[in-house]
Design a protein around this ligand. Structure first.
Ligand SMILES: Cc1cc2nc3c(=O)[nH]c(=O)nc-3n(C[C@H](O)[C@H](O)[C@H](O)COP(=O)(O)OP(=O)(O)OC[C@H]3O[C@@H](n4cnc5c(N)ncnc54)[C@H](O)[C@@H]3O)c2cc1C
Length: 591
């Protein structure tokens, strides 16, 4: 007998010990085989030390159906440092969140209620187990099903004692029912059904899922389109509005950008968030974009140049054929210390925005500038400057970068009694940026590195544009509050950065930078005071109607998918993609 998940929109499993992934792979397989499966399977698994990619595959060598799934997972099995790691599988309908670290701490970092718990008995019977069970009970709703495994392990507690301990913590064992899937051993089953009243304050945030309905998203850039796709995958009807005639008309019209995690010696909040976000972005690029045309997992070298904080020196990397070729070239010797980001990539953001907007369940409305919103009969109406309703929906997400904060502040001024809370929005400012680019003339000069390099601005050396190859060097950074600098001054600043970043390339490109014939692209980033995006409800209510997803700063490619997943998780009372404390650092009303 499998999980009782039939006809539910989502099913949330909490597994206290991932091991080499067999229980997860069996669950994924059972989900795949079941015609009445829930739309989304969420599987949260704890592990102190992740197994290797080979162990995933070896663990199910005798089960061909699982081995295929194991190989799909193994392809994403890298960089599993302490913390949460999310894997989007089966086109986003099977979502694994692997929580690496000490199990009690990882349980306390959760913010969701599981439908089923897979408990490994060997984790009990120690001094810490009563805290562990209390933390586990906090992740259960009344009725959560409990499956026990590993009772025959020598290190596990005696079964009678084990059941007594679990009963004290609110679990009941009323039948001898066992769950027996072909690919998984039979397991005793219990339920979380304590005789005491459950407090609503057991978790920090509201946990009820919003009914799956209509959602309007203002802004068709990376933020808005990724929110639309994340909600549509979960069954929402999403209407995306933008004032422009086509998607990605703002900062997301960037011809090419880098997705590279931030690195710091203390692994600060920004580093952890950008690492989680970069993983999610690469999964989306892999699923939706044409490799070497719209994106490439090229790797990125982050150089330490004057003024950059000291970085761990992991350059040159070893064992990569293309690096060995490159290490013979003249510029390799001049690159000096830096970090090699094996998972770094370049992406054309507009290609991704368009792909997200084409997902089933998403519609796009151009030429739709939202200037006000109105609430009537439980529905939000988005209005244009003439007061005409552009769209109606139960939920609204403001994902229009700086425009969101302008609109929200205007609404607060007009209706302070309704929107007074918005004084807690983070402070933001627009940051102008300009990048220079051009096509390679003839064969690519040897002074161009074979991969992108950043650290003092960034060089992206070989990007296909309209059948030719182009290089990009960016980007300037200037507050919008200052008088706009001329394009030539920005170009000169970009060149100064290039001189620091790659002196041989700067010498080669000096004549081009001295002219005004280089091509330019410019736009404005929306930057918050703490450089972190703002995502979450804009109202304190059981079913908030107004939400924000903005402030991506210079890292829209690293943050947008993470923010969309976070917002969708809050909509659906799903497991969070990151630790609850990290998620709180992104709250919309946090100032
Ligand atoms: C020069 C430069 C270089 C960059 N390089 C990188 C990089 O290498 N890597 C990286 O990760 N990031 C980079 N970024 C940042 C990245 O481009 C942004 O973080 C990202 O595009 C922001 O996406 P967004 O959807 O929040 O905003 P936007 O793309 O600006 O989208 C906002 C949308 O809202 C619409 N809108 C505004 N107001 C309204 C309204 N009232 N009604 C309807 N629609 C409205 C706008 O038309 C726009 O389409 C760079 C940015 C710049 C400027």
């Amino acid at each position: 007998m499998g999980y009782p998940w039939h006809q539910l929109p989502a099913w949330r499993v909490l597994d206290t010990d991932f091991g080499s992934g067999q229980t997860f792979l069996s669950t994924w397989n059972a989900w795949q085989q079941d015609a009445g499966r829930p739309r989304t399977l969420h599987y949260v698994a704890l592990c102190e030390q992740p197994c290797g990619a080979q162990d995933l595959i070896a663990g199910c060598a005798t089960m061909p159906a699982l081995a295929t799934l194991a190989r799909e997972l193994a392809a994403q099995w890298f960089g599993l440092l302490p913390g949460f790691h999310r894997f989007s599988l089966a086109r986003g309908q099977v979502v694994l969140t692997l929580c690496v670290g000490e199990p009690l701490g990882m349980l306390r970092a959760q913010q969701f209620e599981a439908d089923a718990v897979e408990l490994c008995a060997k984790q009990l019977g120690t001094a810490d187990s009563s805290w562990f069970l209390k933390a586990l009970a906090r992740c259960c709703r009344r009725g959560t099903t409990l499956y026990l495994r590993g009772q025959n392990d020598e290190s596990s507690a005696d079964e009678t004692e084990l059941r007594a301990t679990l009963t004290r913590n609110g679990f009941t064992f009323t039948s001898n029912d066992t769950r027996d899937w072909q690919s998984a051993p039979a397991q005793p089953r219990g339920h979380f059904d304590p005789p005491w009243v459950l407090k609503h304050s057991r978790q920090g945030a509201a946990l009820a899922a919003l009914p799956i309905e209509r959602c309007a998203v203002i802004g068709a850039g990376l933020a808005g389109a990724s929110v639309a796709a994340a909600l549509a995958r979960r069954g929402w009807q999403v209407h995306v509005l933008d004032l422009a005639s086509e998607p990605a008309a703002g900062a997301s019209g960037l011809p090419v950008g880098l997705v590279v995690p931030h690195v710091s010696s203390d692994d600060c909040t920004l580093s952890r968030l950008s690492r989680a976000g970069a993983r999610l972005m690469l999964q989306q690029a892999c699923q939706l974009l044409e490799i070497n045309q719209d994106w490439a997992p090229s790797g990125v070298l982050e150089r330490q140049v004057g003024g950059t904080p000291k970085l761990p020196q992991v350059w040159p990397p070893s064992g990569e054929q293309w690096c060995e070729d490159f290490s013979d070239s003249d510029i390799a010797g001049q690159l000096g210390p830096g970090i090699w980001h094996q998972q770094g990539a370049w992406i054309k953001p507009a290609a991704l925005v368009n792909a997200w907007l084409l997902q089933p369940g998403v519609t796009f409305q151009p030429h739709a500038e939202v200037t006000d919103i109105r609430h009537a009969d439980g529905i939000w109406e988005l209005l244009d400057a003439t007061g005409t309703a552009l769209c109606r929906a139960e939920r609204v997400v403001f994902a229009n970068a700086c425009g969101a904060f302008h609109l929200l502040h205007k609404m607060k001024l007009l209706k302070p009694d309704l929107y007074g809370l918005w004084e807690h929005l983070p402070a933001t400012q627009g940051m102008r940026g300009l990048l220079n680019w051009d096509f390679h003339q003839g064969p690519i000069d040897a002074s161009f590195p074979p991969f992108p390099v950043n650290g003092s601005g960034s060089v992206v050396p070989r990007i296909p544009v309209g059948g030719e190859l182009a290089w990009f060097m960016g980007s300037s950074y200037q507050p919008q509050s200052q008088p706009e600098r001329s394009d030539m001054i920005n170009q000169a600043n970009n060149f100064k950065h290039l001189e620091q970043l790659l002196p041989p390339l700067a010498r080669h490109l000096a004549p081009a930078f001295a002219t005004n014939t280089l091509k330019t692209w410019k736009n404005t980033r929306c930057v918050t005071a703490d450089r972190l995006p703002a995502v979450g409800p804009l109202q304190v209510a059981e079913q908030p109607g107004l939400w924000l997803c903005a402030g991506m700063g210079s890292r829209g490619l690293s943050f947008s998918v993470l923010c969309a997943e976070l917002l969708a998780a809050r909509f659906g009372a799903e497991p969070l993609p990151i630790e609850a404390k990290l998620a709180r650092s992104l709250e919309a009303l946090r100032a």
